[in-house]
Design a protein around this ligand. Structure first.
Ligand SMILES: [Zn+2]
Length: 374
């Protein structure tokens, strides 16, 4: 195991943070595949941080045993800047307080620059093209200039992940069952991971909007395929998945150990780790389009009284919660319009008017535009 520190731009005099990465497996350039795993990009989403610690111990042992067929880069604390944000005792991890920006948006997507750089060097050999693209991606990322701590954090993470074959980004939701985000193209390869993990909702979108980390890791390949596929074969050589490891309070040894084992089993199943993986259990629910998710909002303010639990399958017309105004004796029902798994809901029990309360994974891709929670 190698340990590397990647300094960030110091936000103010006397401060300086760094990303810490751990590297395992063969050190053979691009000869063996690369897996990149990070946790807690939204700083206060801690289940993945514990999973990463269990993974570090797994990978160190597997490396000693000579079983790592892939290079693995692990970043257990992907957002040191956000971890130190507190507002009167409450940790605030999703948005940077200086700029108001979501820590998991606006990652650099490099497409046109790569196309220009590579247009005279691509050939009819897809493997050659993939090597070329990875080297060029590393060069383009290394040349990016950061002016703020936040920009430098995004760039350092992209430099570590941009040439990976597989990227796993560990997040969690407010209150949720395990679920994941990936692309329709990557889904067949990611499906066994959903099965090992017991994921209850598999939300697919080519572009969900806002340049989140997982999409930035595959954007270059998508762009180059569109730009060159009629002239040169460009493989879709990078896959990424965001795992939502339940809710923010679901932090325990038991769950983290199980999730880490699920990831190790998956990496073994796809040959990144040598050995025999157990047969993955059946998929709990089929994949659905991210655009099919119903976001249920409270039309009025009041106390939220849930009628259905996360993980339940609800039908259109079901009352999933009520919003109580104890002064006017008013009880406003929140009614599902969609059949599907009620996979996530807010942690707070007080709704302001218009607040997002719950999400249901439906099949009908009815939504357009930015698809993620704002
Ligand atoms: Zn997150």
């Amino acid at each position: 195991m190698q340990v590397h520190h990647h300094p960030l731009v110091g936000a103010a005099l006397g401060t300086g943070r760094a990303i810490t990465s751990y590297r395992f497996g063969p050190q053979d350039g691009d000869a063996s595949p690369k897996v990149y795993i990070q946790a807690s990009l939204h700083a206060d989403e801690l289940p993945g941080m514990v999973v990463a610690w269990y993974l570090k111990r797994h990978f160190a042992g597997l490396e000693t045993a000579g079983r790592l067929a892939a290079r693995i880069v692990l970043v257990p604390v992907a957002n040191p800047a956000g971890l130190n944000q507190h507002w009167f005792g409450a940790q605030m991890g999703r948005f940077e307080m200086r700029s108001g920006q979501d820590f998991n948006r606006r990652f650099p997507e490099i497409g046109p620059e790569l196309a220009l750089e590579l247009k005279d060097r691509l050939t009819a050999d897809p493997a050659h093209n993939a090597r070329l693209i990875r080297a060029a991606l590393r060069g383009q990322m290394a040349a990016l200039q950061a002016h703020t701590e936040l920009e430098s954090q995004r760039i350092e993470l992209m430099k570590l992940a941009c040439d990976a074959d597989l990227v796993i980004d560990l997040h969690c939701d407010w209150e949720a069952v395990a679920h994941l985000y990936t692309t329709p193209n990557a889904w067949p390869a990611i499906e066994p991971l959903a099965r090992y993990l017991g994921s209850e909702a598999q939300l697919l979108a080519d572009v969900s909007g806002g340049e989140p980390f997982d999409e930035a890791c595959t954007a270059a390949w998508r762009y180059l395929r569109g730009a060159f596929d009629d002239r040169f074969p460009i493989p879709m050589a990078a896959r990424s998945v965001t795992l939502e490891l339940r809710g923010v309070r679901d932090v325990s040894h038991d769950m983290a150990a199980r999730d880490a084992q699920a990831i190790v089993d998956y990496l073994t199943h796809i040959g990144m780790i040598a050995g025999e993986a157990p047969e993955p259990p059946p998929l709990r629910h089929p994949a659905t389009p991210l655009a099919g998710c119903e976001y249920v909002h409270a039309p009025v303010s009041g106390v939220i009284l849930h009628r259905r639990d996360i993980g339940e399958t609800v039908r259109a017309g079901d009352i999933i919660a009520e919003v109580l105004d104890p002064l006017d004796d008013r009880l406003v029902p929140l009614i599902a319009q969609t059949e599907g798994v009620l996979y996530a809901r807010h942690w707070t029990r007080f709704a302001t008017a218009g607040m997002l309360v719950a999400r249901i994974a439906g099949e009908d891709a009815a939504r357009q535009g930015d698809l993620l929670v704002p």
